[in-house]
Design a protein around this ligand. Structure first.
Ligand code: SAM
Length: 276
């Protein structure tokens, strides 16, 4: 892929094309095709099964929005789980919260962790922090074996193909509810409203049946399909739109602010309609 243009086909008829400077690593792991490439526009990037997972230039948006919305909503998050997220970006953001005593990462593919540390050090650099426990394993199984232990769970998974299929099921959300403490919160990336509206509708419906407070929020991520990304949050007790002003404190971010925290829940009508 050197000096070439690489296209991720996002639908049958539409894709995003990037100029590749150099292919850094390619490997068929036990679970997926892993590609690390250096690009002109977005720096080093990780692709899994031909889909963009993260890029050095825009990764901060996704990782900050997955982590800080639930972590500021919860009054005192101490024990946090990240399912997927082997590139380490969500963990890096989680550690910015001083209340967090332990952050566990469970990614099914150890190769993602290994090559992220090598080629995406700004993203993966906190995976060796003493507050972090890294497990290589199936997030579905980890959830099924956990009860009443986590304050916040974040699902930073691939799309619902291959190893991540089970992570988009109602049974998984029920397991998450069981793994959370009585005032726990979870968030999952739920793809984009332009090309996968049914996925958002289904995730919202399933999560709503389990969590009394279920909402959708959005962020702009240029390398993800359509650029408009959604996150589904399910909470047992704390409403992300009723966070008291004093709860917010200064952390080092590039996208997330307390104003963005609230604004992200203001949805264009065609997106809001997917939540009904
Ligand atoms: N942010 C990206 C996105 O929205 O496209 C995804 C990041 S990527 C690090 C997602 C990770 O989920 C991959 O490393 C993959 O190995 C992991 N994953 C997929 N299925 C999994 C499962 N069943 N259990 C744990 N991790 C899983």
């Amino acid at each position: 892929m050197s000096g070439l243009w690489y296209t991720e086909k996002q639908t049958k008829n539409f894709g995003i094309t990037l100029k590749i400077k150099e292919t850094l690593h390619t490997e068929q792991t036990d679970f997926q095709k892993l590609e690390m490439v250096e690009t002109e526009e977005f720096g080093n990037m990780l692709f899994l099964d031909g889909m963009v997972m993260t890029s050095e230039k825009d990764e901060f948006v996704y990782h900050e929005m997955v982590a800080h919305v639930p972590l500021f909503t919860h009054p005192n998050p101490e024990n946090v789980l990240v399912v997927g997220g082997g590139d380490g970006g969500v963990i890096r953001e989680v550690l910015k919260h001083h209340s967090v005593k332990k952050a566990t990462l469970v990614d099914i593919d150890g190769k993602v962790i290994e090559y992220s540390k090598k080629y995406l050090p700004e993203i993966a650099g906190k995976l060796d922090d003493p507050r972090v426990e890294v497990n290589v394993g199936d997030g579905f199984m980890h959830i099924a074996e956990s009860e009443n232990i986590y304050d916040v769970i974040m699902v930073d998974s691939t799309e619902p193909v291959g190893p991540a299929v089970n992570l988009f099921t109602k049974g998984f959300y029920a397991g998450i509810s069981n793994a959370l403490k009585e005032d726990g919160i979870f968030v999952a990336q739920s793809d984009n409203p332009w090309f996968t509206p049914d996925l958002i509708r289904n995730v919202q419906r399933d999560v709503r049946e389990i969590f009394p407070i279920t909402k959708l929020y959005i962020a702009n991520i240029p390398t993800y399909p359509s650029g408009l990304w959604t996150f589904t949050i399910g909470s047992k007790k704390h409403d992300p739109l009723e966070v008291r002003e004093e709860r917010f404190y200064e952390i080092d971010t590039k996208y997330y602010t307390k104003e963005i925290h609230n604004a992200a829940f203001v949805l264009p009508k065609f997106v809001a309609d997917l939540t009904k």
